[in-house]
Design a protein around this ligand. Structure first.
Ligand code: NAD
Length: 496
């Protein structure tokens, strides 16, 4: 891949006008290629072509769109191995994770939107105040959707940002993270191959403070679908409010994984390890806070430590590797700073795996770490770490567990481990989070809405709720000339 240049995908073609930005391999820090930064002209061209394509596409039926999505599923499935390689090279995540999780899950999610019959364009209603009339509620597309995505799961993110929007009849201009644009570019090309019109999906590359800003400033966009950090989300909301555009925000988290004393401890330990160290902790829903009942905490920590010791650190492209790189250097530095600061303030490193000799030289790696004695006044207690660092707190009873879980400004996800399902359901009902896993973690379904409470965001992605976000509601009121009812109203003003 060294030195290859990736352009911008606009109106069905890859274009190469603009400045180059280097892409760095997370695996060993070498130069892996370049993207062409989309300047304001390029961004505006992308939006114009999306607007033209929308005018033609929005009158298509849901059935027609799903036929094209079914073709897309087949095309991507036939290239799954190539997508997996591309994703791991670009992000530094393990090739096993790309091959067995990210890419197949993304394909299943395209398939879900190509087959779901939950979304209907319209539904009939009655008006209780006017019994002889009826109404139709329509779910019209928004128009040009501007989507902005982060770098942690770029293929899944591209699928989630593009496919439900197309099903609802929209066109899309997607700006992936400048660190990880490859699989989003490939997907846009495959969308063209599947038969969607040119210009319906455009991918523009570049940094947030240039390309991202130009996209949000374009007044022809009708909606912003943003996924990223809470700080950028705040900025997006403020900026987009100037032109009153619909906005969905999928933001950060500091999700608690709660282990009760009646849990299957071995299974809970596996779930906690999976919850925080999958993708080296770079998942918005990562269970970065372990809340464990005091009476079992020693036993649980020892079991977790054993599973961390058993993980094999190494080159992301090696099929034996369990844990690999952080996707970019600034993120590596953020993880280091936050962890060092908490250690300096009194947190204790219960265990940290030495990755040193096992990973390629020059890459971005951070050892899976288990931190105890984390106190509420430490920054790491409530700041998203987005890395492989688990902070441990203990509690004595159910009420205290819920209080600690809800003490965060975030509310994205949570896990509860107990053999008592009534207890789990009772606790889940009091947790302020958009997803609560019970005796499970991280498993995602295309049919289930995901998103955040509190500062983790606004709106939902996936499932019927996720499709509805890409629509605006129109009400058609059918009058009935035979009915005298409206005459009663009209008499307020009109005399024969
Ligand atoms: P980020 O906020 O730095 O960037 C996200 C995207 O926004 C990137 O494409 C970036 O270029 C763009 N951007 C940055 N500044 C911008 C600006 N001024 N105008 C327009 N666009 C701008 O986040 P990141 O570091 O790429 O990703 C990590 C974050 O994403 C974490 O906080 C994580 O929790 C969050 N995330 C959330 C979800 C979710 O579904 N809730 C999923 C994945 C990641």
């Amino acid at each position: 891949m060294g030195g290859k240049i990736y352009g911008n995908f606009i109106n069905g073609n890859e274009e190469f006008n603009g400045n180059k930005i280097e892409m760095i391999s997370p695996s060993d820090g070498s130069l892996s290629g370049y993207i062409i930064e989309a300047n304001r002209n390029v961004v505006n061209n992308a939006v114009d072509s999306a607007e033209d394509a929308f005018k033609k596409f929005s009158s298509s039926t849901i059935r027609e769109r799903q036929k094209l999505l079914a073709r897309l599923t087949e095309i991507v499935e036939s290239k799954a191995e190539m997508y997996s390689m591309m994703e791991s090279i670009n992000t530094g995540k393990t090739i096993r994770q790309s091959t067995y999780m990210d890419i197949p899950l993304g394909i299943e999610h395209i398939r879900y939107f190509s087959t779901t019959n939950e979304f209907k364009f319209q539904r009939e209603i009655e008006h209780p105040e006017y019994p002889d009339t009826h109404g139709m509620v329509q779910y019209a597309p928004m128009g040009v959707v501007a989507s902005i995505a982060p770098w942690n799961v770029p293929f899944l993110m591209a699928v989630w940002k593009i496919v439900p929007a197309l099903l609802a009849g929209n066109s899309v201009v997607l700006k992936p993270s400048h660190y990880t644009p490859l699989t989003a570019m490939e997907l846009a090309k495959d969308i063209k191959k599947a038969g969607f019109p040119d210009g319906l999906v455009n991918v523009i590359n570049g940094k947030g403070n240039s390309t991202g800003e130009y996209l949000m400033e374009n007044n022809k966009i009708n909606m912003v679908s943003f996924t990223g950090s809470t700080n950028t989300g705040k900025h997006v909301m403020e900026k987009v409010s100037k032109n009153i555009k619909k906005t969905t925000l999928e933001l950060g988290g500091k999700s608690p994984n709660i282990v009760m004393d009646d849990a299957d401890l071995d299974r809970a330990a596996k779930g906690v390890v999976f919850g925080i160290y999958l993708n080296s902790g770079q998942l918005c829903e990562s269970g970065s806070r372990l809340l464990v009942q005091e009476s079992i905490h020693k036993q649980l920590l020892e079991t977790i430590k054993k599973y961390i010791q058993n993980m094999k650190a190494g080159n992301p492209m090696d099929f034996e590797t369990d844990i690999s790189a952080i996707t970019n250097e600034p993120q590596l530095n953020k993880i280091k700073d936050l962890t060092d600061e908490s250690i300096n303030s009194g947190a204790h490193v219960y265990y940290s795996k030495d990755m040193g000799k096992d990973v390629p030289h020059g890459g971005f790696y951070y050892s899976p770490t288990l931190l105890t004695d984390v106190k509420p006044d430490m920054k790491i207690f409530d700041e998203e770490i987005f890395g492989p660092v688990l902070s441990v707190s203990t509690f004595n009873d159910e009420r205290e567990a819920i209080d600690i879980a809800n003490s965060s400004k975030y509310g994205l996800a949570a896990g509860i481990w107990t053999r008592n399902i009534d207890k789990a359901t009772r606790m889940a009902g009091r947790i302020e989070a958009g997803t609560v896993w019970i005796n499970e973690y991280h498993l995602l379904s295309a049919a289930a809405p995901r998103g955040g409470f509190k500062m983790s965001g606004i709106g939902r992605e996936l499932g019927l709720d996720g499709i509805m976000e890409y629509t605006q509601t129109r009400h058609l009121f059918y009058g009935n000339p035979e009915s005298g009812l409206s005459d009663v109203a009209y008499q307020l003003l009109i005399k024969e």
